[in-house]
Design a protein around this ligand. Structure first.
Ligand SMILES: *Cc1c(COP(=O)(O)O)cnc(C)c1O
Length: 395
């Protein structure tokens, strides 16, 4: 394989897409596959699709495909719901494993929903739990014998800062805490080896670097030795050992399927299953190297052309995920000006312009062109136009 694999994607002409970290583009073949699932599977087999078309086994089957990209063995990953729900499930299971501890530790850079889910769970349990957040660089030293669970996102959604997964997992476990990793900005962006890291739980979404489409289901990983021990807090019928026994009392499935909740989003998962096929041709080490090279090139060109922009991502590639962020006072308007010129990145409050580097469909020429357009927008003050100040519901 040689990157990029642009021919695998339906990309609009004239667009430089630096936002695959938020919503991956449409891989070729997905539209046809979804069309067939609608017309033939749903349209013709009707209710029979659950058995005849493999819909019921899909969450585990697709989970195994995702597992291959994150160093998880067969049968340790299952798909479903949204990442927020999977965070809740992992955290609830982790707390149940450490009943005499009361602190959830996270960092101040974590994605808000992860923190909200923790707060919601704490309120629900009403048993003296606290959520403690510290600066990302202080997490390892903040773990102590009160810590029930350490819950972190490996790559910071705003800055791209990357935690050392193996080291923090070791520190958590040395202190007797359970480790949960959120791989939202890792899966499909860089090499992840959950088996080597040894964490108890991992969760992530599939509409970012895995290109599963808007609303694609999330995944959860449970370390294989814990599968039969975890207590599902969301005891849904499809996590039951035998859903179609319609047993009035709940017995969890003897597999990672116990982390399933309700009816899977079949059409959405069909899109994802097809989108994941392209990864069979990708060497993650090459992908990572290329992403770092592209990111470094972008940083150099933007710093040379736009002295007003301040790099907020780590300069050292080893400490960065697959995105580069710059702070700029007029970042929102500048991003709108950039999008109007065909360079799509995104904005994160209060002042961060964020650019994702996905070597599957970006090459050096694209990066140079994007940096040149950004330089023009900043140097010539092209962002200073009322049209670029209006905010949509989604930034
Ligand atoms: C994108 C992202 C989410 C989104 O959660 P959803 O439930 O899928 O909307 C959650 N956490 C992190 C760290 C993310 O980057």
């Amino acid at each position: 394989m040689t990157l990029p694999l642009k021919h695998f994607f339906e990309l609009p002409e004239g667009i430089l897409y630096l936002d695959g970290n938020s919503l991956g583009p449409l891989p070729k073949g997905v539209a046809e596959k979804v069309q067939a699932a609608v017309m033939q599977e749903w349209g013709e087999t009707l209710i029979g699709g659950w058995n005849q078309c493999g819909w019921m086994a899909q969450p585990g089957r697709v989970g195994d495909r995702v597992g291959r990209l994150i160093g998880a063995p067969e049968g340790s990953v299952v798909m479903g719901d949204t990442l927020s729900i999977k965070v809740f499930q992992a955290l609830a299971a982790a707390l149940a494993m450490r009943p005499d501890r009361r602190v959830i530790l996270s960092d101040t850079g974590n994605f808000p929903t992860d923190l909200y889910m923790a707060e919601g769970l704490i309120a629900l349990k009403n048993a003296g739990y606290t959520l403690r957040t510290v600066a990302p660089e202080d997490v390892a030293d903040a773990i102590d014998h009160q810590t029930a669970a350490v819950m972190l996102t490996e790559v910071d959604y705003r800055t791209g800062r990357k935690h050392d997964m193996t080291e923090i997992t070791r520190r958590a476990q040395d202190a007797g805490a359970v480790m949960i990793w959120d791989l939202a900005h890792s899966a499909g962006a860089l090499e992840v080896d959950l088996t080597a890291a040894g964490c108890e739980f991992a969760v992530g979404c599939t509409y970012k670097y895995l290109n599963g489409g808007p609303g694609a289901p999330a995944f959860i990983y449970v370390r294989p030795d814990l599968t039969l021990k975890v207590e599902p807090a969301l005891a849904g019928w499809l996590g039951h050992r035998a859903p179609f026994d319609f047993d009035p009392s709940y017995t969890p499935a003897p597999s990672v399927e116990r982390m399933r909740v309700g009816t899977p989003p079949v059409l959405q998962m069909t899109a994802l299953e097809e989108a994941l096929k392209l990864w069979d041709d990708v060497d993650m080490a090459e992908l990572r190297q290329t992403s770092l090279a592209l990111s470094e090139m972008f940083i150099a060109e933007v710093e040379a052309g736009c002295p007003d922009l301040q790099l907020v991502s780590p300069r050292d590639g080893a400490q960065r995920g697959s995105q580069v962020s710059f702070a700029f006072e007029h970042g929102y308007a500048a991003m709108q000006a950039l999008i109007a010129r065909g360079v799509i990145g995104d904005f994160r409050a209060p002042d961060v312009m964020r650019f994702g580097f996905t070597p599957l469909y970006l090459d050096e020429n694209d990066v140079r062109a994007a940096a040149a357009i950004l330089t023009e927008v900043i140097r010539d003050g092209l962002w200073d136009d009322p049209a670029y100040q209006r905010k949509g519901a989604v930034t």
